[in-house]
Every structure is written in structure tokens, then in C-alpha cells.
Design a binder for this molecule. Structure first.
Ligand code: DGY
Length: 323
């Protein structure tokens, strides 16, 4: 049987690349850099399947100009706001993603950011590494306690729920959760969270606000100047979702004038470029989109893509159908 042609846009962990070549005729991006719009057009014109990541913007122009041969975009990642779903539908292209397998690691990193921001870990490390540390003293780098505080979670899907479990059961935190659709009672019991009716109700009550909603136009600047103004002066904003959810210029103002205490960010608008003003904020902990970055998780994501592709090309409905 002729193997379907597959373009994989970045390098994956070895074990999953090996699994992929068993069943597919794979073209690799040997340079392991983000593909340009023209290269993406070539890919969807040439291959039966394209396996994009968050760094590949597959918009209407890419698909319209390409006369696509591609029948499935099997995304390596759970978030798919970089793919124009309506346009994929118009071209009859199936889209899949990789939910579940990265929820725990992304939740772990969310807690990492909460702890780093509240306990001023980056500032402390900078002191030690630059030789600027002058020794222990009672008032040195005083942060905020995390245990027992209130965490507000915006977006209560799989990742938000994993964060809630860790915060509530591990750190004894009160957890408030907002989700666009109602949260089932058994989910609230399992996670120890309390449901709130609106984001505006959640913000003034929270010591930490953590974002776990999808990116894309619907949630662009969900956290804007007005909503930052509803947060406590002592509160921290944590974002492991998508950069566009936060108005970063408004956030810089809030951090600079200390209308909030700090931020922990793993995602940025226009990444890998990061606003220079944000990079200068001492009270912001900034990480390079590491949410799912463990070997175990990145392998699991890859195997999930392989399974989605096999299902599709063998005539079954892929498990992780998005469109
Ligand atoms: C995800 O899975 O959405 C991660 O952010 C990487 O794309």
C-alpha cells in the first residue's frame, strides 16, 4: 500500500519520529525552524497530511492560495488558534489536536510560575548568578505566601482542573473557577473548586489569577486594562494559555505602577518576540512556552498525532477531532 505523504513542520522526539516513518512517507523540516507562509502553502499543496505546531500560522490565505492536497491537519498540541478552522472546513480538511496528555505537565508549570512569581525566585537567582547576593537578612526579597491563598482560574477545562487539584489538595488554596459553560458538580467536588458566575466576580477575590482558556479572536485581550484594574494590588497574573488573551501593554502598566504584584508568563503575543517593556519588569517571571515541555509529554503528544493520522487514513473517526 502507498504510504500517505506527511509533512512534519518541526523535529519531534526520536521515538515518535520513528513511529511516524513506519506508516507514513514523511518529509522533515531538517532545519527545525518555523515554516514561512510560502513553505506552509507548499506543504499543504504537496502532502496528504500536515502536522503543524503552535508556530505555524495556517490561515485562510495559506489554504486558499495552495489548492490544498492536504486532507488532515494533525496538530501537535492542544491549542489550535493558529489554524483557521472555518477555512479548513471550507476546504474539507479535517483538524485534530492532542488533548489530555499535556494537562498534568502544563498544570505543573502553572504552579511553578505561581511559586516563582510569589517567592521572587527569578530575582533571587539573578542575584546569586551575578554575584550580587550580600547574604541572608530578615528583610531580603520578601515575597508572598502561596499556601492557603485564593486562586481564581479562568477556563476550567482539563488543564484548569489539574491546576485546581494541585492548588487545593497540595497547597490548601481556595479555588474559584470561571468557565463559559457550566461546570459539572462532580468536577467541582473532585477539584475542590467553587464556581463563580463571571470573570469580574472572580478577579477582586483572587490572590492568583490563572488563565486556561483557548486563544483566538474570541478571547483576545480578555484580560485588558479594566480587568487588570479589578485585581488586588497584592495579586499575581499567571498565563500558560495563549499570549493574546492578555493585553500585554496594559499588563506592563499594571506591573510598572504596581497595581498588581506580579506576573508569571509562559506565552506571549507574537512569540518568540517579547515586548521589551515586559522583559524589563522585575516583577514578571517569563518562560519560553515550556508548558508541555517534558520528554514524556512531548512523546505522548506525538503518539497521539500518529494515532489520529492512522485512524483518519484507515477510515475511522480520529479520537481528537476538532473540525
Ligand atoms: C499546546 O499544546 O497548545 C501548547 O501550548 C503547544 O502548542
Amino acid at each position: 500500500m502507498i504510504k500517505p505523504k506527511v509533512v512534519i513542520t518541526r523535529r519531534w522526539p526520536k521515538a515518535v519520529e520513528a513511529a511516524l516513518v513506519e506508516d507514513f512517507d514523511v518529509t522533515f523540516n531538517k532545519q527545525d525552524r518555523a515554516l514561512t507562509a510560502d513553505e506552509l502553502k507548499d506543504a499543504v499543496h504537496f502532502a496528504d497530511a500536515v502536522l503543524p505546531t503552535v508556530t505555524d500560522r495556517i490561515d485562510a490565505r495559506v489554504l486558499d492560495d495552495a489548492n490544498p492536497r492536504t486532507k488532515i491537519l494533525a496538530n501537535y498540541g492542544v491549542g489550535y488558534s493558529h489554524i483557521d478552522i472555518d477555512s479548513a472546513r471550507t476546504h474539507g480538511i479535517t483538524v485534530t489536536n492532542t488533548p489530555d496528555v499535556l494537562s498534568e505537565c502544563t498544570a505543573d508549570l502553572t504552579l511553578t510560575l505561581m511559586l516563582m512569581a510569589a517567592r521572587r525566585a527569578s530575582e533571587g537567582e539573578r542575584e546569586v548568578k551575578t554575584g550580587a547576593w550580600s547574604g541572608w537578612r530578615p528583610t531580603h526579597l520578601l515575597g508572598s505566601k502561596v499556601s492557603g491563598k485564593t486562586l481564581g482560574i479562568i477556563g476550567f477545562g482539563r488543564i484548569g482542573q489539574e491546576v485546581a487539584k494541585r492548588a487545593h489538595h497540595g497547597f490548601g488554596m481556595r479555588v474559584l473557577a470561571f468557565n463559559r459553560s457550566p461546570i459539572a458538580q462532580d468536577v467541582l467536588i473532585k477539584t475542590g473548586a467553587e464556581s463563580v458566575a463571571s470573570i469580574d466576580e472572580l478577579l477582586p477575590q483572587a490572590d492568583f489569577v490563572s488563565l486556561h482558556c483557548p486563544g483566538g479572536a474570541a478571547n483576545k485581550h480578555l484580560i485588558d486594562c479594566r480587568r487588570l484594574g479589578l485585581m488586588r494590588e497584592s495579586a499575581f497574573l499567571i498565563n500558560t494559555a495563549r499570549g493574546e488573551v492578555v493585553d500585554e501593554r496594559a499588563l506592563v502598566q499594571a506591573l510598572t505602577f504596581e497595581t498588581i504584584a506580579g506576573a508569571g508568563l509562559d506565552v506571549f503575543n507574537g512569540e518568540p518576540d517579547v515586548l521589551p517593556e515586559l522583559r524589563s519588569c522585575e516583577n514578571a517571571v517569563l518562560l519560553p512556552h515550556l508548558g508541555s515541555a517534558t520528554l514524556e509529554t512531548r512523546e505522548a503528544m506525538g503518539f497521539r498525532v500518529v494515532q489520529n493520522l492512522k485512524d483518519f487514513f484507515e477510515g475511522r473517526a480520529p479520537r481528537d477531532l476538532v473540525a
